[in-house]
Design a protein around this ligand. Structure first.
Ligand code: BEZ
Length: 328
């Protein structure tokens, strides 16, 4: 029994005679946020975790899930984690790399061949060791990685060669490694948080989007596109984070229970993407949107130039390249 559950048990005994609800008075209410829509893999994982937590603690600990950027952008959620206003989050490593640049190493173009290879890199000891710097550098505890699949491109205009991307405005998640990738290619990167993407693509504010298979299919971006490049050009890891302040206030038992659970649900997303990434892309193709598989040769011009910018900023790059070679 956890410290909190024990306390609640004692309180329950004492309060029962008063006819008061224990949960209303003593339950510890935790909050988890994410930028993804309610039916997204991350949001659903958080809902399952909330159910498990309530059941395991007999309601002594609850977890309220705030999907769809209800608490703000990922940058704002990171700040809330740092102040303790938010207890937990599933955040992209993109946001983490804005604060701790060595995490930019995960975005080396074509680091992984496919999602299964990406998962082997993300689950490596070397990747896990990187999480150890987060309490010191960012005021958060990173318990485990997950993923949102691999990056693809959906475009309102047909893309025959990489030259056709030149001059287009492409929506990117707001972080530097992806911005540099498209700048090198002569594409105009337009940073937009996920909830703003559909309208921007629909009204032509952007010509194309950098996105993953789940959302190209699930949010019907493909219906606004005349071309989808199935490129797998970058990994897109997620991390399960606990606020450093929340962490400090937890007992040892609570830390163990919450970190085990959050890690399991974050890591479980990797298996979902290994299984479903190709299926979602096939569904896009079956729906009639022109879709093409392109590889590293399509973006060849950008790969070395990207490495030249990021090798000095992200010492982890050499380490993750070795992991990628070893796990290929
Ligand atoms: C995005 O910014 O494209 C994104 C963020 C989180 C999950 C999936 C996609």
């Amino acid at each position: 029994m956890t410290h909190i559950a024990r306390l609640t048990g004692v309180a329950a005994f004492g309060l029962a005679g008063l006819g008061l609800s224990v949960n209303a008075l003593d339950a510890r209410e935790l909050r988890i946020g994410m930028i993804t829509p309610p039916l997204h893999v991350w949001s659903q994982a958080a809902v399952s975790m909330a159910e498990e937590l309530a059941e395991k603690t007999g309601g002594a600990m609850t977890l309220t899930v705030f999907p769809a950027g209800q608490l703000g952008t990922e940058g704002e959620m990171m700040q809330q984690l740092q102040t303790g206003a938010l207890d937990m989050a599933f955040l992209t490593i993109a946001e983490v790399s804005n604060r701790v640049p060595t995490f930019g190493a995960f975005y080396a173009p074509f680091l992984a061949d496919d999602m299964a290879h990406a998962a082997r890199i993300i689950r490596s000891d070397e990747a896990r060791e990187l999480l150890e710097i987060l309490p010191e550098e960012a005021g958060v505890v990173g318990v485990a990685y997950g993923s949102a699949g691999m990056r693809q491109i959906a475009s309102r205009t047909p893309i025959g060669t990489v030259e056709d991307l030149r001059g287009l405005k492409i929506r990117i998640t707001p972080f530097e490694p992806i911005r540099d990738f498209y700048n090198i290619l002569g594409v105009a990167p337009t940073p937009l948080p996920l909830p703003a993407v559909f309208d921007a693509l629909a009204n032509g504010q952007v010509d194309a989007i950098d996105m993953d298979a789940e959302l190209i299919w699930g949010l019907r971006y493909h219906e606004l596109s005349q071309d989808v490049l199935f490129s797998n050009h970058m990994l897109f890891p997620m991390v399960g984070l606990i606020s450093g302040r929340t962490w400090a206030a937890l007992s040892a038992d609570e830390r163990e229970m919450l970190s085990e659970m959050l890690a399991r649900y974050a890591d479980g997303t990797l298996d979902e993407y290994i299984e479903n990434d190709p299926i979602w892309m096939q569904q896009v193709a079956d729906a009639g949107t022109p879709m093409r598989r392109v590889g590293s040769d399509f973006f060849a011009a950008a790969i070395e130039a990207w490495e030249a910018i990021w090798a000095p900023k992200a010492p982890a790059l050499a380490v993750l390249r070795d992991v990628a070679d070893r796990t290929r």
